[in-house]
Structures are given as C-alpha cells and as structure tokens.
Design a protein around this ligand. Structure first.
Ligand SMILES: C[S@@+](CC[C@H](N)C(=O)[O-])C[C@H]1O[C@@H](n2cnc3c(N)ncnc32)[C@H](O)[C@@H]1O
Length: 277
C-alpha cells in the first residue's frame, strides 16, 4: 500500500487532534505502524483506518502504544551511565572553576526515568560536595508523560532489577492495601529535577554543561535532526557534552563539524567551541 503526502497529512491532522505532533517524523516509521494496526484490524484502506482513528480514542491509544515512542528505563544502556560517571563527570567537575553549578538537560525525557537516573548518578558522585548545585531540566512533548514523571512513582518492575544500593538510596517503597508495590523517587532527587512539557524544537535552551537526548532523533527526518543538533550546539557551554542514544549518530556532515566523538560506542560527544569550516 502506498501512503501519499496527502493521506499522510490527513493522519498528521488526526494525530494533532489528540495532541500528538508527528509532522517531522520519518514517514516510513509512521507507515510501518499504521500498516501494523490496519493488519490487526483487518482494514486495507488508509482512508477507512483514518475514519476509525478519528472517531475512536481507544484506537488512538492502541496506535500510540504501537508507536512505542515513550519507551524508557532507569539507567537505560547502563554502560553509557558507567562511562559517563567514570570519564566525563570528572572532566566536568575539574572544568567548572568558580561556577559551582552544573546544568544538565534531558531532552525527550518521556516518563522521567532518564533525568532521575542522571540526578541519582550526580548525587552518588558529588553527594558530599555541598558547595555544588546540580540542576537537571527535563522536557517532553507528551504532557501526560511529564505529569507521570513529576509524580515520580514507578511500578515495581521498573525498579526491581536495579542494583540494591541504587534502590535503597533513591526510592521509597510503597505498598497499598491490596499489596501492590510501587517505588517513589525520594524528595532529594525530585528536588534536583525540573520537568517541563514542551517541544525541543521550540524550547529556548542556554548554558548547559550536558545534553542527554537519547532515542528521540531516531524518529525524525534528517532536516529536523540537524535543526535539533544545531540547537544543542548553541545551548551547550563551550566544551559541553552531548549524549545520544545507542542507535543514533551525528547524522549530517554539518553536525559532524560541531561535535567531537569522545566515546563512539556510547555516543558521547564533546562540543567543538570553534568548528572549522
Ligand atoms: C523513546 S523515548 C526516549 C526517552 C529517554 N530519552 C530514553 O532514552 O530512555 C522518546 C521521547 O521523546 C519525546 N519526544 C519526541 N519528539 C520530541 C520533541 N520534539 N520535543 C520533546 N520531546 C520529544 C517523545 O514524546 C518520547 O517521550
């Protein structure tokens, strides 16, 4: 089945009516997900599926799940966090001079596991250095994900595979009358993170030491990826760091001039203060 620009535009309007902006996403990615839902519902025409999607919120929720764009975990790809802690954090600490404040942005933070993991990592390393202030700013276009993140309560299965010391130092176990278990992020970690709902493309960002933007760019078309990466470049301090997802790279030639790949496997990059042209 072919999905022409006109039909794609129709689907984008329907997504937007539910508050989901997919205009800059890769059409091939959206097509695969539409096709999958249509096969499950035994629908062969896009126009017919568009009608269903338009009038049935439950189907939109199924479609949203099938896009799985909110998938995340605490300390996702733990080797990235390990390398960041061992090699990057010491460099940041030795470079801050008199400033005493470190700012980190978690762009596309979904339900909050990433920014909380970052806060936990910083607290573990610099916990006793009381003269340092860590600010983690986290945003996502999905308002519901941000509301969930602000509450900071996670089902047991999201937490129980973490190392025991991380659980003990950063979560409070809550058991309700029916013996359901949840874990709530402790207040000292919540205090380090500020959540905002908003689009990376329209948010103003400034003076960050690190930007984590993991598993977000992968959904976007090349032009949008370049716009976002250029934005990160401008929003980072000189010699700031950028951390991408394991399946993401510095796509366009232009962006490759902006960042040095420090750890190629972990996708950790350093801003080049004065890029060569
Ligand atoms: C797969 S999740 C990644 C979460 C986390 N960064 C991680 O790697 O585990 C992608 C998130 O990016 C968000 N997102 C996508 N485009 C965005 C944009 N333009 N601005 C802000 N958030 C965006 C989605 O809503 C989703 O929650």
């Amino acid at each position: 089945m072919t999905l022409n620009a006109e039909v794609m535009g129709e689907f984008n309007k329907i997504f937007a009516s539910y508050g989901l902006d997919l205009v800059r996403y890769k059409p091939a990615f959206i097509k695969r997900r539409l096709d999958r839902r249509m096969r499950i519902l035994d629908i062969s025409e896009y126009s017919q599926y568009a009608l269903v999607l338009k009038n049935d919120r439950k189907e939109f929720e199924e479609m949203f799940l099938s896009l799985s764009i909110n998938v995340t975990n605490f300390f996702r790809d733990s080797t990235v966090f390990d390398r960041f802690q061992l090699s990057i954090l010491p460099q940041i600490l030795s470079g801050i001079g008199e400033r005493r404040k470190i700012r980190v942005w978690s762009a596309g933070c979904a339900s909050g596991e990433e920014p909380y993991s970052i806060a936990m990592l910083f607290k573990q390393v610099i916990g006793k250095m009381t003269n340092l202030d860590i600010e983690v700013v986290a945003n996502d276009v999905n308002k519901m994900a941000i509301q969930f993140a602000e509450r900071g309560r996670y089902p047991a299965k999201s937490v129980e595979s973490l190392p025991l010391n991380i659980i003990e130092n950063n979560f409070r176990k809550i058991t309700d009358d029916q013996n359901n278990v949840e874990y709530e992020v402790v207040q000292s970690i919540k205090d380090m993170v500020t959540f905002k709902s908003g689009d990376i493309l329209s948010d103003t960002i400034q003076s960050f030491d690190v930007v984590f933007c993991r598993n977000v760019l992968i959904y976007y078309e090349k032009e949008a990826q370049e716009l976002i990466l250029t934005k990160f470049y401008k929003g980072l301090r000189d010699s700031g760091y950028l951390v991408l997802g394991m399946d993401e790279t510095l796509f366009g030639k232009r962006c490759q001039k902006l960042f040095d790949p420090l750890m190629a496997r972990e996708r950790i990059y350093k801003k080049i203060s004065q890029p060569n042209n």
